[in-house]
Design a protein around this ligand. Sequence first.
Ligand SMILES: NC(=O)c1ccc[n+]([C@@H]2O[C@H](COP(=O)([O-])OP(=O)(O)OC[C@H]3O[C@@H](n4cnc5c(N)ncnc54)[C@H](OP(=O)(O)O)[C@@H]3O)[C@@H](O)[C@H]2O)c1
Length: 405
Amino acid sequence: MRLRALHMRFDARDLGFQRFDPFLQFLDREGVEILPAELGQRILRFVGEEIVEIHGPKLTRCLCKSISRSAVSSAIPETMKAVVAPQPDGAEELSVVERPVPKPGRGEVLVRVAAAGVNRPDVLQRRGLYPPPPGAPDILGLEIAGEIVDSGDLAQAFVGQRVCALVAGGGYAGYCVAPAGTCLPIPVGLSMVEAAAIPETLFTVWSNLFERGFAADGDTVLVHGGTSGIGTMAVALGRLFGLTVIVTCGTDSKCRRAEALGADSAINYQTQDFVEAVKDLTEGKGVQVVLDMVGGDYVPRNLACLADDGRHVSIAFQRGAKSEIVIPDLMRRRLTLTGSTLRPRSVEFKTMVADEIARTVWPYVESGRLRPVIDSTFPLSEAGKAHARMEAGDHVGKIVLELLK
Ligand SMILES: NC(=O)c1ccc[n+]([C@@H]2O[C@H](COP(=O)([O-])OP(=O)(O)OC[C@H]3O[C@@H](n4cnc5c(N)ncnc54)[C@H](OP(=O)(O)O)[C@@H]3O)[C@@H](O)[C@H]2O)c1
């Protein structure tokens, strides 16, 4: 079939490539068109041997074709600085060590890290409470932003592209391997620090509040930790997707900050009973979804905040792993209890979330309507100070390590 003569264009799915192949998902979300470079041959074999022609406006801008593999590889050093937590207990235990630069495998890219987000799970990992999943590096860090400098296979075409990525570990380092499928392109106008502050909270809030909790336009939701990295992302997404967002915070000043950032109402959980406050705010109706990072004795109180058919989504249990619930109440009001933890999920799952985010949320990032809230930045050598700031609990939004200015 003379494809070029027919002026036909296909995307990855039209050509029948494996669904959720991370690399092809990345191409797809970039809006890159693919067509066979040679006629009459089998496409799948071509992909494996790089006999595809890839073109699209975003790629030509990144000048990737002018960079040869050998030129890029020779610019990559053998070793890099990385932050590990050799022993549990105390931010001072974080060490900056010299490690070999990792090698990307199939479907992976090597990113020269310009900035890495700091998340509460990093603090838990440092304290020995959240070990990396099998296969993940012991280097801390779940999200990065930087430039692709190498790849294990076909993603070579993307060398030079600025991306942010969700990773299962390894972010606090000069270089980090990321699955091509969890990379998102950094639009013009978004800084590396801002980009690095997005993936972990965006993937978590999207997959829990919207996918597991089915939050939809017109719903009212309760989000604890209104000024946390997660909370500020939930507030921002809530505004974009037509939710009324009620948050809780531990001080009046945090409540005011949360409201200034877009929360519809903020409840000081230290001075108010949030169950009563939610009842008042919703005129007794309750909320459709609770996004809970507190657990323990909060769970029955959260359930009391839910309207009939409401959904309770657990993403952490800072006040305890066990809760007592009244089963007949669940049955009578048809409540749903669910939850998830992102880090140990498969690359295929994370790729699927990235793909959905690329279609539904990324246009808001590109247009500047979604920006993360940045609390502070620290150099890599001061990762311990960044953790101490998070543990002090005075931050609002995201703390980020900046490796390249
Ligand atoms: N399941 C997942 O896949 C996943 C992924 C990422 C993060 N997480 C979890 O999500 C949580 C937030 O992460 P982050 O990185 O955004 O951390 P963070 O910025 O440090 O936020 C922690 C938040 O917890 C709030 N909090 C603590 N005790 C509370 C209580 N009794 N009532 C209400 N709020 C309370 C704090 O609020 P105040 O400061 O106002 O007290 C603070 O805003 C963490 O627990 C983390 O482990 C889960």
